[in-house]
Design a protein around this ligand. Sequence first.
Ligand code: ACO
Length: 391
Amino acid sequence: MTTKPPTPPTPPTPPSPPAEVTKPLDHTVDGRPYSPGLEGVLAAETSLGLVDGANGRLMYRGYRIGDLVAHGSYASVANLLWTGEWDPKARLTTGRVPSAVISTLRALPRTAKPMDALRTAVSVWGATQVLDWPPTAIQARALTEFSPSALAAFIRLREDLEPIDPDPKLDIVSGFLYQLTGVRPDRATARALDAYFIVGAEHGLNASTFAARVITSTRSDIASAVAGAIGAMKGPLHGGAPSEVVEQIHKVGSPEHAEEWIRDALARGERLMGFGHRVYRAYDPRATALRKVVEAMPARPDWLELAIKVEDVALRVLEEKYPDRPLKTNVEFYAAAVLQGVGLTPDLFPATFALARHAGWTAHVLEQASANRLIRPDARFIGVEERDLPT
Ligand code: ACO
């Protein structure tokens, strides 16, 4: 037998709000925790990059980063991220730059940062394309092939040089260096930069990738998502600073000064650039992969020899100083070694990183679109909730 629930009492009429109502300071809203920076919040599902900091592992679609660098190319990795298929023969070249983009790049001040020029170029490129929803692997490929040509064009224009047309016989990384310098790179140089592009291609739900997914979730187009991602990556808190590693190695000057310089720097309370990581507690697997490439370079410039010496001394001294805390080499150290080693100037490092990340950003755009839900979190309101206008 069921009993009829009692009729609830009629709720009293709420009193009119006072002239000023403020929210109490509380770190939860309706029992939900507030997490500044979304730390600890699971905001997406992905099968692209797995970052396992505790064990020093990084996998793209399950394949270890070291194996991808040893046996793949940036083209095969980009193809893997976009399609899930491993094709070691996959090819990417550099793309043509539409005249609207060239005119815009010509109009930029030559002092514009390469990241600003790249973001602008991607935006103008988007305006010249038909980028229907949903985004496709063809769109991802076209954008990834366009950006190196656009960046190279800007770097030449700011030096009063004319842009160089793509050479379809060159792969994307060799093509980028050729369009930048006018010289076709040797195999070792192209291989080193290709390895850097592979390790930079993807790294989970970092800020720029999240930005790309948020933009995609509104059903905006792939160029808007990547332009937003470049904007997010431009901030100094993202992407680290391999140029600071270069500066540090220049300050060391020569191998025989390495030990003294490092001990003095630590005694002054300075941090050694290229060591330690918030997520990786072991040697960064990307640094391991890049170090192997650097060591295999047939003619290592003195600068690289010095970098290798600085790393060996720094690891020993850091272990002495922090025996209980693993402070190992991070990706920035060997990123700096590779970028400097292939002849790029430090002001190009962030934009080159952005070129490499195109594969990951665009793969996340495709993944977001394939199971889309508008990303729309809530904010904890901490202002004056309601008040009367001053009379
Ligand atoms: N050199 C010297 N000491 C260091 C270094 C370093 N590179 N990194 C950490 N320490 C010391 C700290 O001074 C601190 O010592 P204390 O306990 O005596 O104060 C201790 O180790 C712990 O430091 P935390 O800040 O807790 O380490 P955390 O893991 O949070 O920091 C970070 C990671 C920011 C990357 C740090 O290691 C660092 O500043 N490294 C140098 C900069 C660098 O290489 N950045 C690139 C990172 S990779 C990337 O962004 C893709």
